[in-house]
Structure formats: structure tokens, C-alpha cells
Design a protein. Structure first.
Length: 191
């Protein structure tokens, strides 16, 4: 088992610099852990994935797989080029636009990166996070697994939020980029 450490620039908010290392391994028995949430008091839209994939864990970055369309999709949503920015600047730009990130699954066993391989999961305290950040009014689920699990965790609380179930930005979800982009652009009404 390999523990990876991340060092973020000192000018980032505490919410970004305080994340503990996530675990990554190809072993079926190693539990993989999500990253800390990227949110602040002005977050209005929370985008929830399922659990970071292997490349993201290795890089210690949300959506670190360069084939994942997340940063391109969010560039379109925000009207700001994110792909060419350093990772810390991407996160800061999201926060400046009222967008936060987290995952539904806190940790789980998962060989590889496919959501279908998630086993023995523990979910994040989404209701607790939302209670601490009352400015959040909308939740975008990045993919069907995130939506299915996240709506279950939220239960009746989900009715308090504008919910967007979005096509996964993962390259494993083979919908064309254009079709994904059209769906993700619905988020523009929240930022």
C-alpha cells in the first residue's frame, strides 16, 4: 500500500490545502479514499462524483485522468478556460464561480477505476456538508452511479435542492463529448 502526499500552494483556502492523502493500489483489498471537499461559504453548486479513479488518486487531483472530460465540460459551463490552468488554479476558479466538488463515496474497495467495481463502500456525510454550507442550492451528480448513491444518502433532503443527473465525464462512458456538453450546460443556470 502506497500513501501519497499532496502539497498545494500556500495561497489556497484552507479547504483546499487540508486534504489528507488518498490511497491507491491495484490490490482488490486496498480501500480507496476520496479527496476532501472543495467548498467554501459562497459555494452554490456542488458537483458530486462517485470515487476518484486510479489516475486521479495517483495524481492527487479531482478528475486527474486527462481523458476525463470534466475540466473541458466545466470550461464550457463557466465560460472560462480551465484545462490549461494549474490544478490549484482550476480549483480556485471553480470556487470563485460558486462551484464545489466532492464525492458520494468516502472510501471503498475497488480494483481499477470503474464504478461497477465499487464494493464495501462507506458514504460521505453529504447532509452534514450541506448543513454547513447553506448557500448550496444545486447538486450536479457526475454520472449515474453518483446520482443513484447520492440520492440514497440524501433521502428526503434531496427535494431541497435543484438536482442535475449528468452524463459521466469519464472516458468509460462513451456518449459523445457534444452530447455530454449539452447536458452539462444545464448547470449554467446555477452559476
Amino acid at each position: 500500500m502506497r500513501v501519497m502526499k499532496t502539497t498545494l500552494p500556500p495561497d489556497l483556502p484552507d479547504a483546499l490545502s487540508a486534504r489528507p492523502p488518498a490511497l491507491s493500489s491495484t490490490s482488490d483489498t486496498t480501500r480507496k479514499r476520496c479527496f476532501e471537499p472543495v467548498v467554501d461559504a459562497s459555494t452554490r453548486l456542488l458537483i458530486l462524483g462517485s470515487l476518484p479513479g486510479e489516475k486521479s488518486l495517483a495524481l492527487q487531483e479531482y478528475y486527474g485522468n486527462r481523458q476525463n472530460a470534466f475540466w473541458r465540460l466545466m470550461s464550457t459551463v463557466l465560460g472560462v478556460e480551465l484545462v490549461g490552468l494549474a490544478y490549484a488554479a482550476r480549483l480556485q476558479t471553480l470556487l470563485e464561480h460558486g462551484v464545489g466538488l466532492w464525492d458520494v463515496v468516502a472510501e471503498a474497495q475497488r480494483p481499477g477505476s470503474l464504478d461497477s467495481a465499487i464494493r464495501h463502500r462507506d458514504d460521505n456525510d453529504l447532509p452534514g456538508l450541506l448543513a454547513r454550507h447553506p448557500a448550496i442550492r444545486a447538486i450536479g451528480f457526475n454520472g449515474g452511479t453518483a446520482a443513484k448513491l447520492g440520492l440514497k444518502v440524501l433521502g428526503e433532503r434531496a427535494a431541497r435542492y435543484q438536482i442535475f443527473t449528468l452524463p459521466s465525464s469519464s472516458p468509460a462512458y462513451t456518449l459523445s463529448y457534444l452530447e455530454k456538453s449539452l447536458q452539462w450546460q444545464r448547470l449554467q443556470q446555477t452559476v
